[in-house]
Design a binder for this molecule. Structure first.
Ligand SMILES: [Zn+2]
Ligand SMILES: [Zn+2]
Length: 359
């Protein structure tokens, strides 16, 4: 626990106020911190956050070309499906269920690489995964990198302000951090390189990986449908990269208690199950907080889980060698006729027996 309390670089406004409550910065403070931590000229250790937002900016011209030069209804449908469903579901499959929670394992490195690069690479693994461990350990408490009580901007700019790893780790803590990412295949820095770059990810390897990934996908979509298709896909990926930053705020009730009886069974934190993120990306977030290590989060019949469909399909093909599925545990614990209906039936039966005996 102590490790997860200190693994992230605290923002200038701190995690807590002087009373130990959540420090709630103003939007002005948040934006100021955001630009300070993006500035690679003042500190090269800001490179990963800078790179991540540069990728978003680099996608804007593609979006412009799609809207003003290549727009078509077919293109719009492609853009919608790619940004809303494919990118979102991939985020759940790769960053969330695999990189953070290790909910399943791949048969070999090829299938891991295949899954990692199934979509355009925009969000660095370490920014998502390390901080997401902290999110689970400290959900809705001070230190939670996207604590919804901090407000919309607190969550929206969290990837720069709250999610990067701490820069003053000793060698033992850095090693623990490396271990969190070991299974992902991300090439990590040596401790000496970390002291120079402030990150787990190696700058050269990261940048080369992104260039190859973007190059491959641009060529593939260009061959399939020319510049029009490539621009629709790349432009829409940019929209996703911005839109996904709103999820953490909404997935925890926008700072309010929006949990509903019979739907949000987990009462340990403010996470909620929502239809849209559930249907397009398999993010049944309240269920997920109940069983974070499960490769499936959609447990009820209407809770369609596309990310689980991929993992299950890959398992059937032999590409995924093992997975955890907590559906049976969930149903037994929260929806079982034994725990909900049968006690009444047993009660009635027992009463009947008593009546019979009395007669
Ligand atoms: Zn959460
Ligand atoms: Zn999680």
């Amino acid at each position: 626990m102590a490790f997860l309390n200190t693994v992230l670089e605290p923002p200038a406004y701190g995690w807590t106020d002087e009373l130990g409550n959540l420090s709630k910065p103003t939007n002005k403070q948040i934006v100021k911190e955001f630009f300070k931590r993006l500035n690679v000229f003042s500190d090269k250790k800001n490179w990963l956050s800078f790179l991540s937002w540069s990728l978003v900016v680099a996608l804007v011209p593609f979006l412009g070309l799609f809207i003003f030069k290549y727009f078509s209804i077919t293109g719009l449908i492609v853009a919608f499906v790619y940004s809303m469903i494919i990118m979102g579901t991939h985020g759940t499959i790769w960053h969330h269920r695999y990189c953070t929670h290790g909910a399943y394992t791949f048969k070999n490195k090829f299938w891991r690489f295949f899954t990692q690069n199934l979509t355009l690479k925009i969000i660095p693994e370490e920014i998502y995964a390390v901080s997401h461990h902290v999110h689970h350990a400290l959900s809705d408490q001070p230190g939670d990198p996207y604590n919804a009580q901090g407000g919309f901007m607190y969550c929206f700019l969290a990837d720069v302000n709250h999610q990067p790893i701490a820069r003053n780790m000793d060698e033992a803590s850095y090693k623990k951090c490396v271990n969190l990412m070991k299974h992902t295949g991300v090439t990590t820095n040596t401790y000496k390189q970390y002291q120079k770059w402030g990150t787990l990810a190696n700058p050269t390897r990261t940048i080369v990986g992104i260039i190859l990934n973007w190059g491959f996908w641009f060529a593939a979509f260009y061959l399939l449908g020319g510049s029009a298709l490539a621009c629709a896909v790349f432009g829409s990926a940019g929209i996703w990269a911005v839109g996904v930053r709103t999820f953490n705020y909404e997935g925890h009730g926008k700072g309010k208690d929006m949990r509903r009886d019979g739907i949000d069974h987990n009462r340990e934190d403010m996470s909620i199950n929502q239809l849209w993120p559930g249907y397009v990306a398999g993010e049944w977030h309240n269920n997920h907080h109940l069983y974070p290590k499960s490769a499936r989060s959609g447990f009820k019949p209407y809770q369609f889980d596309l990310a689980w469909c991929y993992i299950k399909m890959m398992s059937m093909l032999g590409a995924v060698s093992s997975y955890r599925d907590s559906k049976a545990d969930f149903l037994k614990e929260y929806c079982s006729p034994i725990s909900v209906v049968v006690p009444v039936a047993v009660l009635v039966a027992d009463d009947a027996k008593v009546l019979v005996a009395a007669e």
